[in-house]
Design a protein around this ligand. Sequence first.
Ligand code: NDP
Ligand code: MG
Length: 388
Amino acid sequence: MSASVRSVALLGATGSIGTQTLDVLRRSPDQFVLTAIAGGSRVDELIAIAREFHVAIVGVLDSSAAAKVRDALPQTRVVVGDEGLDELSRSADIVVNAVMGFAGLTATLGALDAGKRLALANKESLVAAAPLVDQVRAGRETDLVPIDSEHCAIHQCLAGAGSVAGLPSVKRLLLTASGGPFRGRSAAQLHNVTKHDALKHPTWSMGPKITIDSSTLMNKGLEVLEAAALFGISVDRVDVVVHPQSIVHSMVEYVDGATIAQLSHPDMRLPIAYCLGLPERLNHGWGAISFTEAMTLTFEPPDRNAFPALDLAYEAGRTGQGAPAWLSAANEVAVAAFLDDRISWRDIVPIVADTLAHYDGTSLTSVEILREHDATARRTAEKMIASL
Ligand code: NDP
Ligand code: MG
């Protein structure tokens, strides 16, 4: 490998962000080499990716998946479970964490601890583990770049203004939200929405969990917490504005009244390429706007009454410590139950709220404590679902 080629480990390779990352890598063969991948249940897809990119190490969920990969690819090293994800997250120059949900925790902590660049799509790990991530980042240089389009936009706005680290002159961060498929509906009009409706996102094509989170605005709530953790700012200096066109990906308002924004057509390959290429920009032009055709950009406040998930996330952020982990765990359980047809859409956020009310205020001082909190929150949420 030449010195200028950087190795990439892609965790969650079979998913929406994973396959778009593969697209970026296919277009940049002189700059990156994919050395490691991991996935979950789609083992055949994982094998096909390993073959195409000649990857050295493949991470799988369990021993039966491991046997299947070893059969298909006898020359490839296969690692299993959380231990495997830990090894992979320390194995390459750049670690793309595109795993869904709390399962992304090991890779987030592993990559930061090993001093690798963490290109982070997996917001749930950062939301749940913010105090632990702070510990890892304290007193040393870490390289954490967000793939999530809003946070990537803010990273670009801050970098453009010459300050990603210190935020003294920032008044507030403004996260834009598409508003999801149910924008404009009142609480009463949201009573009987179906899974089919909730899975239809107006501007982005994403995995099922984040698509449902976008329909409840929990995604935006998680993103408020993600922004606070990433940029070291309180949730009360993070605001949300609904922008249905998804062209302005987020903004930074400075104390002098200036607002800096990042604009592009919605295409996740742009933030992925930004995270891989930094400090350079890759020359692919994804999402570029021509500006020769008329375009209207609109902004409106979110409907906090119809979408109470947003304020619930702020509340969890103000409580801090384990509260965001409880919120995120309960939400994962409730969304899975909804996708499984066990609860209706309108049950999701009340289940999260009722579960969060059980958080006892214990501090998050270790990964073990976080895992206990996550497990307890999940059990609590499952009990609520069973009692419906
Ligand atoms: P998908 O559901 O499309 O993909 C999830 C990926 O994670 C799949 O490759 C899946 O494997 C893998 N996976 C799930 N559980 C495990 C596990 N225990 N160990 C290893 N791999 C696992 O989700 P998305 O790509 O949409 O989202 C991924 C993350 O990125 C989420 O945190 C999401 O919030 C975030 N994100 C996504 C955006 C998007 O546009 N999609 C935008 C911004 C953030 P398999 O499918 O083989 O089971
Ligand atoms: Mg986002």
